[in-house]
Every structure is written in C-alpha cells, then in structure tokens.
Design a binder for this molecule. Structure first.
Ligand SMILES: C[S@@+](CC[C@H](N)C(=O)[O-])C[C@H]1O[C@@H](n2cnc3c(N)ncnc32)[C@H](O)[C@@H]1O
Length: 225
C-alpha cells in the first residue's frame, strides 16, 4: 500500500511495470513486514534508479539504511557494473545495521557499499569528500538539522532525494493524529517551505509512496556559461 491516498489499483499497476527484482528483495521485504521495519516503496526504489542513471551518480550517501533494502535498489541498478558507483550508508540501530551487512554480503555488493553504524548527526561531519547524490530516509523530525549538515557535502549539480515528506498526507494539512507526531509534521512542513525558497536549489515534491522530494543543487556558473 502507498501511504498517501493513491488508488490501490494504480499503485499495483505501476509496481507491476517494474522489472522483477529476484528472491533476495522478496526475502528482505518479508523480514521487514514480519519485524515492522520500514522500507521504501518499490516505485521509490525505481525512482532512485532512474535518478542515479540520469545524474550518472558515482558517490552516493544514504541516511537511514534500515536493513539495506533501499541501498540494494541503488547498488544493484542493472547499469551499475560499468559505472563504479560507491554508496556510503548510515544506520543508528545496531541490529538493523547487522542485518544490512548480512544482506550486502549476500548480494555481493560489499566492494561498493560502506555501511556505517551510528547517529547521522555525529557521522556526517566526519565524512570526507563530497557526494553527487544523497538519499535522506532517517528520522523525519531531524530532516532540517540533517539538511543543514549535508549542504556542504552535496556537490554543485548534485541531487538530494528525501523520502516520507508528506507523512500520510498529514504534512499537507498540518494535521497530526497524536501529540508525539506533531514535531515531525511541523518540521517536515518547515523543510518543504525552506526548500521552496532556497536560492541554490530547484525542487519538486512527488505524491508517490509517502511523498518524495527531489532537489537539484545549482551548478556554479563559469565565465564560459
Ligand atoms: C525508514 S527507515 C530506512 C529504510 C531504508 N532506507 C530502506 O528503505 O530500506 C529509517 C531508518 O533510519 C534510522 N535512523 C533514525 N534516526 C537515525 C539517525 N539519527 N542516524 C542514522 N540512522 C537513523 C532508523 O533506525 C531506521 O532504520
């Protein structure tokens, strides 16, 4: 099921247009369902693949590994073999981190994936180099703080993708069903407003899955442009 209200027949139709992923993906989906572990929707996985291909991304950063499902969507992009892409992925939960490492071994992607265990807030400042593609899928209430820390790591022309920005549609209505969700809804709304007016970003929010925002960081102009 998609989290925001998209007719179920449309969601299922779109999903069956995605090429078959094979048994490992089905196994991870089964574990996530059994243990209530969140994971991206398949159409979001396919969107990541398309954007990575469009951008010809090489250095990817992911916040929120979960048990590795979204990382594998990116790492096992059928066109990656020739691309030599590398993914750094950060997860705060030790059990999920272990499970992700297990799946990275089984998928044969340990050479292209560097999993890091810890709080993204502490890890981001320690990361060296820059990234041309960042996927943010961790604690929703911390997205504005993550964004501030990530900004300097995203290279000019780089792509930032953010998942769950609509939170069941609550962000559009500024509605929260219970008090403890309020911070997340309010901060996601603030983040989207901030992205809208950001002078160095061009941004679109897609009503897909639980809401996905895609931003592109402006390229620096040279005298030749
Ligand atoms: C929605 S799940 C990620 C799902 C994953 N991207 C996938 O689709 O397979 C969000 C993950 O972010 C992790 N997380 C939450 N806060 C974090 C933080 N501050 N630093 C790193 N990871 C965090 C959670 O433990 C959780 O596993």
């Amino acid at each position: 099921m998609a989290e925001i209200q998209i007719p179920e027949n449309v969601v299922q139709f779109i999903r069956q247009l995605i090429p078959d992923l094979g048994p490992l993906f089905a196994e991870i989906e089964g574990e996530c369902k059994r243990d209530y572990i969140p994971l991206i929707d398949p159409e979001v996985g396919q969107l990541l693949r398309v954007l990575i291909e469009l951008k010809q991304a090489r250095r990817i950063l992911e916040l929120g590994t979960g048990i590795g499902y979204s990382t594998l969507w990116m790492a096992l992009n059928p066109r990656n073999e020739v691309k030599k892409l590398h993914i750094t992925t950060v997860e705060i939960d030790p059990h999920r981190y272990e499970r992700a490492c297990h799946y990275f071994e089984r998928a044969g992607v340990t050479a292209v994936v560097t999993p890091l265990l810890g709080d993204a807030k502490a890890i981001i400042p320690q990361l060296g180099g820059s990234f041309d593609f960042i996927f943010m899928d961790a604690a929703k209430g911390q997205y504005p703080a993550f964004f501030q820390k990530l900004w300097g790591l995203l290279e000019a022309g780089g792509v930032l993708v953010i998942d769950n920005v609509l939170m069941n549609g609550w962000v559009a209505d500024l509605y929260w069903p219970e008090r403890r969700k309020k911070t997340m809804v309010v901060r996601l709304r603030q983040l989207l407003e901030m992205l809208k007016t950001h002078k160095e970003l061009i941004t679109v929010t897609l009503p897909m899955g639980d809401g996905v925002t895609v931003c592109v960081k402006e390229r620096k102009r040279t005298d030749k442009d």
